[in-house]
Ligand binder design. Sequence first.
Ligand SMILES: [Mg+2]
Length: 280
Amino acid sequence: MSNTGESGSDAGGDDTGRGRSGPSAPGSVLAQPVPSGPRLPQPFTHIDTWVFDLDNTLYPSECNLFAQVDVRMGEFIAGYLGVPYDYARHLQKSYYRQFGTTLNGLMKVHGISPGSFLDYVHDIDISVVQEAPGLRSAIERLPGRKLIFTNGTIAHAERVAAKIGVLDLMDGISDIVATGYRPKPGADAFDAFIDTHSVEPASAAMFEDMPHNLEVPHALGMTTVLIQSTFIDHPAQAAARKWQSPPDHIHHMTPCLERFLTELVSGGPEQITDREPQSA
Ligand SMILES: [Mg+2]
């Protein structure tokens, strides 16, 4: 995932619990609204909260947007520490693997203030991201809340989601600031996200391109979907390329989020890999 993180307030906004199954008033069963929307395939019929990672998930990695962020992280480290770019890249990837994100490593090892890093790495050209009306149409038809949960910044998420054409469909965004600079894949990041947005894991699905970022959601009881990114910068991604079948914490996987969701809202199981969600 986004190896970054940033400033910005918690735009998460929606802590209303909309879409959650709460206690029913006595005798109110017949008064419950009839669910509308598409008939989803069985593994997703119970889902009322749809959680999307941003980078290389909501847009395809092939556009190389995140590759720009990746390069700028190395540039920032080289300038900040006064070291050659190649050594900065070595540090970048070492911190990424050791601390979950490059930023987390820079904060823990070098005590940097995150704001300048986040501003620098997200100063990128988003013209490479294409509007995705098909993805918008599919997300629009999903029943329940839609949330973005990113290790990047809310400003970056809003900018990119707007370019894709799905920002207005989102009920909230959780960024690295909102989690107190605690990044995925850490459990404390998910705890903060779940608490802020009143997410019921058992009825939530998470879409993410980093395989290890789905381990905690799976343990919490969420349905997990891996987007098979072509951007490989973590051993877990490289390992995933060799899977004969996905591990237990990956319920479904697809190379194309738009195709997966389009199949999903069409009720067609063809694109849904048949791995039933397992209890946590
Ligand atoms: Mg990602």
